[in-house]
Design a binder for this molecule. Sequence first.
Ligand SMILES: C[N+](C)(C)CCCC[C@H](N)C(=O)O
Ligand SMILES: O=C(O)CCC(=O)C(=O)O
Length: 536
Amino acid sequence: MTLLRVRPGNLCRAHELILKNFSSPAISIRPVSSSSPAWPWKQVPKHSMDSGVPSASDTQPPLDVLEMARQAQTDVSTGNGADGDIDTKIKHVLSSIPAHSNQALSTEVTSSDNEVQLESVSKSILDKSNLDVEGNVTDLSGSAIKKIKSSEDVSFYNYVHIRPFKYPAYWLRDNCQCTSCIRPDTRQRMVSSFSIPKNIHAKSVFQASPGQINVIWSDGHMGEYSMAWLDSHQMPSEVTHSNKVLTFRNFKHRRQAKSHPWVNYEEVMNTGQGLTLWLQKVVDWGYCLVKGVPVTPEATKQLLERIAFIRETHYGGFWDFTSDLTFKDTAYTTEALGAHTDNTYFSDPARLQLFHLLEHTEGEGGETLLVDGFYAAQRMLIEAPHNVEAFTDYAHPWHSSGNEHISIQPYVYFPVFERDPTTARLMRIRWNNYDRAAKIDWTPYMAMSWYSAARHWNAILLRKDQTQKWLQLEPGTAILFDNWRMLHGRSEFTGKRRMCGGYINNDDFLSRYRLLKNGRENTLNQIGTYKTRLSV
Ligand SMILES: C[N+](C)(C)CCCC[C@H](N)C(=O)O
Ligand SMILES: O=C(O)CCC(=O)C(=O)O
């Protein structure tokens, strides 16, 4: 019997999945009395329905999506909605679970051997042979899941042992690092990956020189691998997925800091060490001031371009702005702005943002607010972990539609907290209540959970003595901050205020940072490994 389980953290996503595919007009999942669960499968205790605050017991054990689908079918076939097309819906629900997403699928197959690849499980689930003539999903017993008999799987269980590690032969051959397999100039793979014999194996492995291992392959190729590359590419013994609600990388935070991390403009502009120190402080603290910046947009633009090219957006590239509504966004007014991250309406929000106040005359105010989102998220986790779950699991629409010919929206809904599926590590905070659009694909219960979490989050952001840092920017001092971690805002102001700055993309920032920090050789040896992927 194949069980499809959804990790506890994906509970709400499973709901959304079912809802999205079952909430057609023909099928209405109507609110039922709180004595019985709003969801056929979710035993929601009465009190949490009333109080709106999900209780700890709401973090149910892993749910069986297939069982949920079947129960939903039962629910509907008892007259709560249309029947007949429910089977199509079940097939559609299952087809919307990505075949490759291990975190959503873990299979328990009864076939004696375990040489069944995940993709074959989902294929066989959707394979016609598993649907009877009416399209009903038949019992997915082990026999229905075809065992891959081709020689294809041999090399993925045929390892090359290079003490103390082992590597699948086919994978190691496909990733040969010799100069005919990886072009030295472009660093691109030149291996004809799909002409490698399926039963490739190592005929001999030897140390060709200090720090280099060679492999004589059964296809006659002499493979070359540095020990550093082999070391950083050792594979985990299993692909595990954290069941924690949220984890954090190392980061530094000082509550209500009067002093702020800073670097000197000349050192940043003239030395690699100065530039590295600047970026390192942004990684550690979430932001860093630069003192001694010439008070011109030109010098500020050059400072930003020390990192990478500036990200173009509908606001332009390098901006020099004031409160004249040049663009239809409240940033171009004198109004106060609550703590937010920028670009929530982009699928890929800019990672870094720089501000440099060029002048502020005939008026006052316009102080800059900073809130460390990682610290705030940690507070939320300590105080109400179920609120963190609502922020990781309920994805939202966002938009920027002020300018006449613009209505920018991400290609998919994104949650406020985005975490790495393997480690549950918080990777990105997306919070701008001004630009959050109206979400429709949730139940009253889900919405109540999320708004309860949002109220909590807002309260944390407003804690002056715990999370807020206010600083008055001055001409000559620029601030660079991590827009995926730090929220920013400003107090209202009067008078003439001119600010300049720009955005840097995440990938361009991390490319620069890892090369400055680790050097090119180490960086090339660690491409795609956890050492680089999750370092910041
Ligand atoms: C370009 N500049 C930074 C001046 C203003 C951009 C407006 C930012 C927008 N409110 C957002 O949250 O993304
Ligand atoms: O004007 C400021 O100080 C900040 C403006 C702002 O928050 C933004 O542009 O997102």
